[in-house]
Design a binder for this molecule. Structure first.
Ligand SMILES: Cc1cc2nc3c(=O)[nH]c(=O)nc-3n(C[C@H](O)[C@H](O)[C@H](O)COP(=O)(O)OP(=O)(O)OC[C@H]3O[C@@H](n4cnc5c(N)ncnc54)[C@H](O)[C@@H]3O)c2cc1C
Length: 396
């Protein structure tokens, strides 16, 4: 039995803990914040490859209970013209399609499920340092305590501490010149089909919304913003000024965006968007990285959570089937790196299309022309969601 310390109780960390517990190892989960801390962003749409990877762990129903079906998306322009309608990532053989969930619900449900299945889980435990020893690895926490295990897995997200420990020269996440924001609106009478995600390349901002089955409208916007905002820049954008700025950006468009922003009780404060071209070192000795810590991708890939799940399940398979725990980490990297880098690259292309300036314009035109020419068949994202992990197949 391998004792695996996991730093980060987000999507990758909680699912790794559950999967390792299922295959008979001894995971311990350490989350820096409390049980209900959720990370940035209002909601996320989980692609079918992520849902499929959850099946052998019995977690797919848990996610489906939290969310709603999001089988299709439309692509449109700010002048109200709808260009195309795509299936959003196909369907699994049992009919499961992409699910849209509240991020906070997902984090809490996964952490609770880890605890329910018997994974030792500690909240308020921020990892600050780690040392490899002859027989394992020692993790050091901000409260001065230490823990010893056979392996340490950094599932601590975009700003990973474990990544810095592993490779102090690792590249930092790169700012994409967009801010994200979003919220929920009620009481609108939209002529929309529930569960269809509408993406609009507006004149001044990118806007997406989906009508939930209970009548709420869930939305997010990408707003061009040239330089990386500091904490105080972001703080200055909170409150009524931010709503006004969004309305100014939405008003030139003939879409429901203005009405949705006006009807939103709370608007999430903006957060910066990053992508992460490559992290050269994913593992060394008894320390490894998974999820966003290893390969955060632009949110425009729509795959970050699904990739974190694929990582978690693959890592558990490696530790199940490779007898030497430290050797499981290079095996994991060999299985994952090529796919992850392809997804990150495609996410960047999708994200650039939303960016301001000539690159964004050219890419936007490219995607729009493509959408008009080949509406349903030529989906450049297809390879992302068609991927399946065979839990039953042994890893060699
Ligand atoms: C705006 C936005 C929209 C997105 N939309 C989508 C989408 O629609 N579909 C999709 O698939 N993906 C989406 N993503 C990406 C997705 O959210 C991430 O890829 C996914 O959350 C990565 O999971 P993770 O567990 O690796 O990291 P995280 O979810 O970030 O979890 C990391 C965890 O580690 C904890 N932590 C951090 N440091 C420490 C430490 N030192 N010690 C202990 N704990 C620590 C954090 O508190 C957190 O709980 C989106 C991302 C953003 C930013």
């Amino acid at each position: 039995m391998t004792r695996v310390l996991i730093a980060g109780g987000g999507i990758a960390g909680a699912i790794t803990a559950i999967a390792l517990h299922e295959v008979g190892h001894e995971p311990v989960l350490y989350e820096a914040y409390d049980r209900s801390a959720e990370g940035v962003g209002a909601f996320l749409t989980l692609a079918v490859n992520g849902l499929d990877a959850l099946t052998p762990l019995g977690l797919k129903p848990l996610v489906k209970d939290l969310g709603f079906d999001t089988p299709r998306m439309t692509l449109g322009l700010g002048n109200g013209r709808r260009l195309s309608e795509f299936p959003l990532g196909g369907a699994l053989p049992d009919g499961t399609v992409s699910q849209t969930v509240l991020r906070s619900d997902l984090y809490v449900a996964l952490r609770d499920e880890a605890v329910r299945r018997g994974v030792p889980t500690e909240f308020g435990k921020r990892l600050t340092d780690a040392q490899q020893t002859a027989d394992g690895v020692t993790a050091v926490f901000a409260d001065g305590t230490k823990a010893h295990g056979d392996l340490l897995i950094g599932a601590d997200g975009l700003r990973s501490t474990v990544r810095r420990i592993l490779d102090p020269s690792a590249p930092s996440p790169r700012y994409v010149p967009l801010l994200n924001t979003g919220g929920f609106a009620r009481g609108l009478d939209l002529d929309d089909e529930p569960g269809v995600l509408h993406m609009t390349f507006g004149r001044k901002a990118f806007f997406a919304h989906v009508l939930a089955p209970d009548g709420a409208v869930w939305w997010f916007a990408n707003v061009p913003h040239a330089s990386e905002p500091t904490e105080s820049d972001l703080a200055a954008m909170r409150g009524p000024g931010w709503r006004k700025r969004l309305l100014d950006l939405a008003r030139p468009d003939r879409t429901p965006a203005t009405a949705i922003i006006e009807a939103s009780e709370n608007i999430y404060e903006p957060w910066a968007t990053y992508d992460f071209p490559t992290v050269p070192v994913w593992q060394r000795g008894r320390i490894g990285l998974i999820g966003d810590a290893a390969h955060a991708t632009s949110p425009a890939a729509g795959q970050g959570a699904a990739m974190a799940i694929e990582d978690a399940v693959t890592l558990a398979m490696c530790l199940r089937d490779v007898s030497n725990p430290a050797a499981a980490l290079p095996t994991f990297e060999a299985l994952r790196r090529e796919r992850v880098e392809a997804v990150v690259a495609q996410g960047k292309r999708n994200g650039d299309a939303k960016a301001p300036g000539p690159v964004g314009r050219v890419l936007r035109d490219f995607f729009i022309t493509r959408a008009m020419r080949k509406p349903a068949t030529d989906d450049p994202n297809r390879f992302m969601w068609e991927h399946r992990i065979d839990w039953a197949a042994p890893v060699s």
